[in-house]
Design a protein around this ligand. Sequence first.
Ligand SMILES: [Zn+2]
Ligand SMILES: [Zn+2]
Length: 149
Amino acid sequence: MDGLEALREQGRRLTPQRRLVFSALLESPGHATADELCASISHKVPGFQRTTVYRTLDLLVELGLARKVQLGHVNAYEAVQAGNESHQHLLCDHCGATFDVSAPEVPEWVERAAVKIGFGVGRVELVGHGSCQACARGQAGPIPGRPVG
Ligand SMILES: [Zn+2]
Ligand SMILES: [Zn+2]
């Protein structure tokens, strides 16, 4: 079952607008901010309502079809697809590139620590900060206005 089918299964009315937002999310490589999705949709549908993008993203998160991830100062979204349900993120502090990494032991560690204080962990989000390969080699410049470090 693909994401759109899943959305239909949820019994919600699949409006063309929602379909557009979800498709844009599925098409965007890695993680996209609401603004990036707005920009890519406005490309195809000039004048597309920004609030529709925000509302649909909230709905997709609620339905478990998308995940909101905090990457540094930025809220980004990614589609939940088979095989990527559980991963952690690496964020390059220089160019802002993000990477998904599989680290199944991370939630286990956090759960083990949490159980000592009787805390029930639902989901663990870890962001590793540092330099991507290109930045480490000095091939990518910092993004103007993006704080470094
Ligand atoms: Zn980088
Ligand atoms: Zn991710």
